[in-house]
Design a protein around this ligand. Structure first.
Ligand code: FAD
Length: 298
């Protein structure tokens, strides 16, 4: 199924992000994760891509194919271009096509040290190639601006360039401040963004994880999150539960505000995804409650 079509559904599209097993680790790990996610009936499951280029792309493709073929779900393969040549990209898209993948998230990625390919500067340069190859193509959106772009309005201009290049939907970077994300949606719509923007939420699991993420993506930490981090600093179990509960409340708030969709950064933990679906279901969004969600923490 083309992901652009999932946004036509009456119920809120709830999707999940997972990452493939690292290096030579067995694919079985990913199979277990997907089998935990499948009963939650996600709108789609996206699979991250190693920015190193061709080396690890096979893992993304293998996992996306498994999602489609073994679980009969819709997959989306991420694809980065910054360290790749046009030929690398053509080959990877060919392999994705052969694997039956229909949806690609077209990304610039971050530069890998030592890489010298200069065929792509920005994601907008990749998007037309993916589209021409017959995929439904999504791109990344940044509710608080991209970490390298200090001017928020400029980041909206760059978002619009991706839509103009052919992006059919956007998936957002994680954020902890719903107000900031809703302001961003207003700005994007005023700037002419018409394609759906599904909003990415990641439950925080530990202080070190949240610190790393905030530095990597520039998301702001609202005071309720800072207070939870302080309160449960020495109690990892309670901090994890608080992080999931905070994310669930965030997602319900976004759904109530009329978000096009919610994308859960699952960190390969089906219980996290289950908690999100449970909370949304209880608030009247998404598919009906499911057995597999029993025992979810919120
Ligand atoms: P772009 O849209 O090209 O933007 C990159 C920077 O260039 C931004 O600062 C932007 O403002 C600026 N820019 C864009 N256009 C112009 C222009 N015309 N002139 C000047 N400046 C411009 N990374 C991975 O390696 N693998 C993954 O699987 C992965 N998945 C992701 C999924 C999501 C939903 C998100 C939000 C990010 C993901 N990333 C992933 C991270 C992403 O690769 C980085 O954030 C990367 O730095 C930017 O990618 P982009 O596609 O947004 O780039």
């Amino acid at each position: 199924m083309y992901i652009a079509d999932v946004f036509q559904a009456e119920s809120l599209p709830v999707s999940f992000e997972i990452f493939p097993p690292k290096g030579e680790l067995p694919l079985e790990e990913a199979r277990e994760v997907v089998s935990g996610l499948a009963p939650l009936d996600p709108a789609f499951v996206s699979v991250t891509y190693s920015a190193g280029g061709g080396g690890n792309s096979g893992r993304t493709i293998d996992v996306a194919r498994m999602i489609n073929d073994e679980f009969n779900l819709t997959s989306m393969a991420h694809l980065t271009c910054m360290n790749a040549t046009r030929e690398n990209i053509r080959q990877t898209l060919g392999a994705m096509k052969d694997a039956g993948i229909q949806n690609v998230l077209a990304l610039r990625g971050d530069r890998v040290e030592g890489a010298s390919a200069e065929d792509f500067r920005f994601a907008k340069d990749l998007i037309p190639l993916v589209r021409e190859a017959g995929f439904c193509v999504g791109a990344a959106a940044y509710p608080e601006g991209h970490v390298d772009c200090l001017d928020f309005e400029e980041s909206i201009v760059h978002l619009k360039q991706k839509q103009d290049a052919g992006a059919e939907f956007f998936v957002s970077q994680l954020f902890f401040d719903n107000e900031a994300a809703l302001r961003f949606l207003d700005h994007a719509h005023l700037a002419g963004i018409e394609v759906p923007i599904t909003l990415g939420v990641m439950p925080f699991m530990s202080k070190s994880q949240i610190t790393r993420m905030v530095f990597m993506c520039g998301a702001s930490l609202p005071s309720p999150v800072v207070k939870l981090l302080a309160r449960y600093e020495d109690d990892p179990k309670s901090l994890r539960a608080a992080g999931i509960e905070y994310a669930c409340k965030q997602m319900v708030g976004l759904a109530e505000a009329g978000a096009d969709g919610v994308h859960v950064y699952t960190m390969n933990k089906p219980d996290v995804a289950a908690a999100a679906v449970e909370a949304l279901g209880m608030a009247g969004f998404g598919p009906a409650a499911h057995d597999a969600r029993e025992g979810a923490p919120c």
